[in-house]
Design a protein around this ligand. Structure first.
Ligand code: ADP
Ligand code: MG
Length: 874
């Protein structure tokens, strides 16, 4: 722009290329922000907004932060969802002709933060990418602090949006990139979810020739080595996010050197609702982990262990062999308490090796990181000794000892946070450095001598030689003593109650000291970086060590938790059996105390694969069902389980469908999702799946909910044969048992005396024969008048029951599909013409169709109604 200062012109040029970021523009020791960036940053960071150059007549808003404390500000902005572009001076100002050259050296987004200080150490910081293709969805995710890079693909079924939500929830990225073409479509669908989970969603550009792009980056001839041939969705999504990341890094190396294809073959499928309903891990930051399975199971000693455990929790395995391997490993520490305690004691001093390697490669490591790495290696070696070469912990001893020594001889144990101010390198490591240190030390000694000399010469006891960055060394004399100052003192500065002077030889030594200091700082930095490069060469051995330590941590943690909480090793089978004797809910038992928790058992097999569970509200139905699902998940993680005895056939998927008021998925009850959820159960469940249908219809219109649940239950029973538990407080539904061959009724026992009921929380065979709504209301503390009135009404209702039942009967019969079986019964109790009417199924269907009130129906109701009609006609 005409009239701009050269600096402003440069700024505007750079800003033009970084429109969507807040531009941190380096000016000397500060990052400055101008215009709108300044306004935003001052608001978000609480900085004072000033204005600088007058641009013609317009003020230029300006806000600045010191560069050495920038990372806190960057962390804060990025965590609020902003992109920050870091623009540095890329030439030495002293050498510059005209204006100093500046360039954006890195752009930081929520998914690409490299300053690990601002990240949760127990979670990965993922950037996720999605590419929608005609039949396939490509999904990839990357954590540039650890170098983890994983890709996968899924079929694009009708319920794909729901599946995508499930994947996002599982990976819980901070940032999501969707390919440009699908962005508009998916952004709408995901908006609410992304917002409530604080995920930044952006459009991404697909890379041309993705496979070539990946081959080039990883320097491989074929993607076969990553198991990726022909997997276009996986390849395209991986290339898209890799390109995105590299673009932001502006040529800086990232710690990503392999791509892992994660097939779903050996992983249990848990859809979005199930992940949330079962409280496996915390679903948002505010709530924290309290009350989740993660909270119960994570006593890991290292952050790497906690992250791996979280991965285990989200990815239970379905390979018997793998599960048995983990069980065997846990056994090693379960029985041997001494070994376990000693191991965990050492794991405590293992630092985040994964992220340290990441920092080394990203180039933002410091001396402390190397010391932490050294300590971790030492503990790793001690653990090796402790385990006496057990194959569970085979590591590259020689190489690791080499790295340890490299760091040990070079880096001081108390190295500072900064890498530019010296104090990092040990004495004796480098001759040149030692000499400089000597000069500096001698200079400082001499300056001390000068101080003594001047004290004696002037007779001023309080005479002091001080140092600051602007004036270097100087002599400070308080006002009271000024009359004693000799002639040869040169005055430099006047303060309120003191004067500052210099003398000639002070300046000579100052020169030496400062010169040496400068050189020391540069040399130390250089030596440090050189060492880092060497250490970086060992990254694969270090990665291996990191993973194995994390695994040991998780395994010994499982052993520890299992002993502490009284878990037992489940027997794993490849048949469709499920038998849990004396099972407990792992989370609830922690909350109410193990002694207060009532154990319960379950048996499901090929002959009886469906349980209809009745019991009043608050009697423990949900707890019972979730308990089984959680025990299954724990068993499939290889962990021990809260039970007296358990035989568990491998389960491929777990589904939960929970009635509205119990629905924990916040803000997700749009029709689309509800529908997809049902579709997902029906389409994806198999004979080997486990399904919970819990109180569907509570809180919504009763009939609606019961119909959905009943329809699904019947479908599963007839066509899928998955192991299913159906819970309801409508005792009427126990009639399903007679209709469904493989169903059994169970109920939760309550003890009833006079006017009171007590929940025994014990599951027994048979259905409940009455509802206990009013008693539960009393327990909940409702006023007596209300309860009395309710009882009165109930009595009236019960008297009228016969009349009402007659009306309802037909509909119920249809609902339960037990039409024909009940004809006999009907014949006895109903008048003749009604039987005639009932005999004609088509007539019923037509009547029902006529009764349909379209304007009062959701599409789901319509679907279910249709389903019902079809059933009658078949
Ligand atoms: P329902 O689903 O039948 O309404 P819940 O499963 O939600 O009942 O249980 C209600 C409460 O009862 C739970 O929050 C829990 O504290 C307690 N509870 C449930 N089952 C047990 C049990 N087996 N032992 C002890 N307390 C239990
Ligand atoms: Mg419940």
């Amino acid at each position: 722009m005409a009239g701009d200062t050269p600096l402003m012109a440069q700024y505007k040029e750079i800003k033009k290329q970084n429109q969507d970021s807040i531009l941190f523009f380096r000016l000397g020791d500060f990052y400055e922000m101008f215009f709108e960036d300044a306004v935003t940053a001052s608001k978000e960071l609480g900085l004072t907004l000033t204005s600088r150059n007058k641009e013609k007549d317009i003020d230029v808003p300006l806000a600045g932060i010191p560069y050495h404390s920038s990372s806190a500000y960057i962390g804060k902005l990025v965590s609020k969802g902003y992109k920050v572009a870091i623009c540095e001076q890329v030439e030495d100002p002293k050498m510059a002709k005209g204006i100093v050259k500046r360039e954006v050296v890195r752009v930081i987004t929520p998914g690409t933060i490299i300053d690990t200080e601002y990240l949760d150490e127990k979670s990965n910081n993922y950037l996720m990418g999605i590419v929608l293709k005609k039949d396939i969805i490509g999904i990839s995710y990357i954590d540039i602090t650890t170098g983890e890079f994983i890709t996968t693909e899924k079929k694009r079924t009708e319920d794909y949006v729901y599946r995508i939500l499930g994947e996002i929830n599982k990976i819980s990225p901070r940032e999501l990139i969707i390919d440009e073409n699908s962005y508009v479509l998916l952004e709408q669908e995901l908006k609410q979810f992304a917002q409530s989970n604080r995920i930044n969603v952006n459009a991404g550009l697909k890379v041309r020739k993705s496979d070539e792009y990946l081959k080039k980056y990883f320097n491989v001839i074929s993607l076969d080595s990553f198991n990726l041939n022909g997997k276009d969705g996986a390849i395209e999504s991986a290339a898209m996010i890799l390109d995105y990341v590299l673009e932001l890094q502006k040529g800086n190396e990232i710690p990503v050197d392999k791509l892992i294809y994660s097939g779903s073959e050996n992983v249990m499928e848990l859809n979005l609702t199930t992940q949330r309903n079962l409280d496996i891990v915390s679903s948002n930051k505010e709530n924290g982990v309290l009350g989740t399975l993660q909270w119960v199971l994570d006593s890991c000693k290292s952050s790497m262990g906690s992250r791996l455990l979280k991965h285990f929790l989200k990815n239970p395995i379905t390979s018997k062999e793998l599960i048995l391997k983990r069980q065997e490993n846990i056994g090693l520490f379960y029985d041997n308490v001494l070994l376990r305690e000693e191991l965990r004691g050492k794991l405590k001093d293992i630092y985040d090796i994964e992220r340290i390697i990441g920092k080394l490669i990203l180039g933002n490591e410091n001396g402390r990181d190397l010391v932490a790495l050294k300590t971790s290696i030492l503990n790793g070696l001690e653990i090796y000794k402790l385990l006496k070469g057990n194959p569970i912990f085979e590591i590259s001893i020689d190489k690791l000892v080499e790295v340890y020594n490299l760091i040990e001889v070079a880096i001081k144990d108390d190295a500072p946070f900064s890498v530019r101010e010296g104090g990092i390198i040990r004495d004796g490591y480098n001759n040149e450095l030692d000499e400089l240190q000597n000069i500096s030390k001698n200079g400082k000694d001499t300056i001390l001598e000068i101080e003594n000399r001047e004290r004696e010469r002037t007779g001023i006891k309080g005479l002091k030689i001080k140092y600051n960055k602007v004036f270097g060394y100087f002599i400070e004399i308080t006002k009271a003593n000024i009359h004693l100052v000799p002639e040869d003192y040169i005055r430099k500065q006047t303060l309120a109650n003191a004067e500052r002077y210099i003398v000639d030889d002070l300046k000579v030594y100052e020169e030496k000291v400062l010169n040496a200091k400068d050189k020391i700082e540069n040399l130390e930095y250089h030596l440090f970086k050189e060492l880092s490069l060497t250490v970086k060469e060992f990254k694969s051995e270090l990665h291996d060590l990191a993973y194995k330590l994390a695994y040991l941590d998780v395994i010994s943690n499982f052993a520890h938790i299992s002993t502490k909480n009284g878990y037992i090793k489940p027997e794993i089978l490849e048949t469709g059996e499920l038998e849990i004797i004396g099972g407990r809910h792992p989370i609830v038992e922690q909350l109410v105390g193990r002694e207060n928790f009532v154990k319960n058992s379950v048996v499901l097999n090929e002959e009886k694969n469906l349980i209809i569970l009745t019991g009043p509200n608050m009697s423990g139905k949900s707890t019972y069902m979730k308990q089984i699902a959680l025990i299954l998940i724990m068993a499939h993680m290889g962990c021990y389980v809260p039970a007296e005895y358990a035989r568990i056939g491998i389960v491929d998927k777990i589904f939960t469908r929970i009635g509205a008021s119990d629905d924990l998925v916040t803000g997700q009850s749009t029709f689309m999702l509800e529908m997809s959820e049902v579709a997902n159960i029906v389409n994806s469940s198999t004979k080997n799946s486990f399904i919970i249908l819990d109180e569907i219809g509570r809180g919504t219109s009763t009939f609606d909910g019961i119909s959905i649940a009943t329809a699904i239950t019947e479908y599963i029973h007839d066509n899928i044969e998955a192991k299913t538990i159906f819970a309801t407080h409508y005792h009427e539904l126990t009639q399903l048992e007679s209709k469904l061959r493989k169903a059994t009724n169970f109920r939760i026992e309550v003890k009833e005396d006079e006017k009171e009921i007590t929940f025994l929380r014990e599951i027994v065979k048979g259905g409940a024969d009455k509802s206990y709504g009013i008693e539960v209301a009393r327990l909940a503390g409702l006023p007596k008048e209300i309860l009395d009135r309710a009882k009165e009404m109930l009595k009236v209702l019960e008297e009228r029951k016969m009349i009402i039942e007659k009306k309802v009967k037909k509909e119920q019969l249809i609902l339960f599909g037990s039409f024909e079986e009940n004809i006999q019964e009907q014949k006895i109790s109903e008048p003749k013409e009604e039987i005639k009417e009932l005999e004609n199924e088509e007539k019923i269907a037509i009547r029902l169709l006529k009764e349909v009130e379209l304007d009062k129906m959701t599409p789901l109701d319509a679907f279910l109604k249709l389903n019902e009609l079809k059933r009658i006609l078949n």
